[in-house]
Design a protein around this ligand. Structure first.
Ligand SMILES: *Cc1c(COP(=O)(O)O)cnc(C)c1O
Length: 407
């Protein structure tokens, strides 16, 4: 299975633009991916032909919009192999998906309970749990990193107990690009009766996820990192668990009956979807899933692995470059610094930007990892299906300039 990269690139209008007089080399896919023409067209088409509020209308436009939205839900269900379409909840993104679980689960927790997170999480999988801990008294523990910057999974057995109610971990670290051993974590958690929430923001766009095979209890991810629009995300949850949670937001759409005293709630997924959803975003995300399926997620995975491997190989040519968690298995991203006195990651990012190369610098919303290494930040190159080895060569040339200028 090979992918026709030039054909794929031709579907992304933004890749035609120049930055500082140079062709754009976009290596910031970990922050957000670019959008193919099919997704852009679907957004226009929706507002031009179908725009109406969903679920409440008897009229044709409302029914067509509702059908498109629910078709999108089924596309996402199939994409992650959820058992039921009502296990797919639309949110604004990974952050809101995690907050949905944190807020609702907090109503089931007491000061005797414990939650385990890890030192390699994005802030949006740390801060909500700190809030839960403050609100409920539940104890928050974390799996630490080894000196190399990978999860020290040997510590998990000591952290786990009958008090553990939930473990929250990302499948792939946005800051370092390393793959975490979530299968082991899920197995050990379930043996103690704890639930597991997987932050899939950096894995779902790059690798096949089968929530039934994985047996995770929740999976959170964002549309905008997988070629879809901003403002739309997914929370997958197992039906019986979602049914145990109280509602999140109160409002329209999520109720069955309302009196002035009390309300009863709608069934899944609507119980968690109060208010008018981002209908265009949902339909756009469905188009993004179609786009991915057309190439094939396994082909994307294989191709992106080649890009990551090539990047690590080329970066290893420099004595001045330190790659973080270098020997760990990476997916989609590589994080590094120049070992030059007084040089900050943003200095490198600025020089690369002058050459049209977009990388992310700084703490990547994962400050505990930076504290672990005793650094303020890293330079991160993160990839999408439209990137090429030629672009990596341009990036390496840019890095040579940076080393010359900053050294
Ligand atoms: C981007 C990201 C998030 C937050 O996603 P939003 O789309 O900003 O809500 C959470 N976790 C990881 C691992 C991420 O990469």
């Amino acid at each position: 299975m090979s992918v026709d990269i030039q054909h794929i690139r031709s579907q992304f209008p933004i890749l035609n633009r120049e930055v500082n007089g140079k062709p754009l080399v976009y290596f910031d896919n970990g922050a957000t991916s670019q959008k193919p023409q099919v997704v852009l067209d679907v957004l226009d088409n929706y507002y031009e032909k179908y725009n109406a509020n969903v679920h409440r209308g008897i009229h044709t436009l409302s029914q067509e919009a509702t059908d498109l939205m629910e078709e999108s839900r089924r596309k996402i269900q199939a994409f992650i192999n959820a058992k039921h379409d009502h296990e797919v909840i639309f949110t604004r993104g990974t952050t809101e998906s995690i907050n949905l679980v944190a807020n609702t689960i907090s109503q089931l927790l007491t000061a005797d309970d414990e939650i385990i997170i890890t030192e390699i999480e994005h802030h949006s999988n740390i801060v909500p749990w700190q809030l839960v801990s403050q609100r409920t008294g539940a104890k928050l523990k974390y799996i630490p990193l080894t000196a190399d910057g990978i999860l020290d999974i040997t510590k998990l057995d000591d952290l786990l107990s009958d008090k553990t109610k939930l473990i929250c971990v990302n499948q792939v670290s946005n800051a370092l690009g390393v793959i975490n051993p979530i299968e082991t974590i899920i197995e050990k958690a379930h043996a103690k009766g704890a639930w597991v929430l997987i932050d899939g923001a950096q894995s779902v766009p790059h690798t096949k996820i089968d929530v039934q095979a994985l047996d995770c209890d929740f999976l959170a991810f964002s549309g905008h990192k997988m070629y879809g629009p901003t403002g739309i995300g997914i929370l997958y949850g197992k039906e019986d668990i979602l049914n145990q949670l109280p509602p999140f937001h109160g409002g329209g759409e999520m109720i069955k009956d309302v009196t002035m005293e009390v309300s009863t709630y709608a069934c899944l997924p609507f119980k968690f979807e109060a208010g008018t959803p981002d209908v265009a975003g949902i339909i756009g995300l469905g188009a993004a899933v179609d786009f991915i399926n057309e190439i094939g997620i396994d082909a994307i995975h294989t191709y992106e692995d080649e890009l990551v491997e090539y990047t690590i190989q080329r970066l290893s040519e420099f004595d001045e470059v330190e790659i973080y968690a270098k020997d760990a298995k990476h997916s989609g991203a590589v994080s590094f610094n120049l070992k030059l006195d007084g040089v900050h990651s943003s200095d490198v990012g600025m020089i690369l930007d002058k050459k049209g190369i977009a990388v992310r610098t700084g703490h990547h919303c994962a400050q505990p990892i930076m504290h672990h290494f005793g650094i303020p930040g890293t330079v991160r190159a993160s990839f999408g299906i439209y990137n090429t080895k030629e672009e990596i060569d341009i990036f390496i040339d840019g890095l040579k300039t940076a080393i010359r200028m900053l050294g």
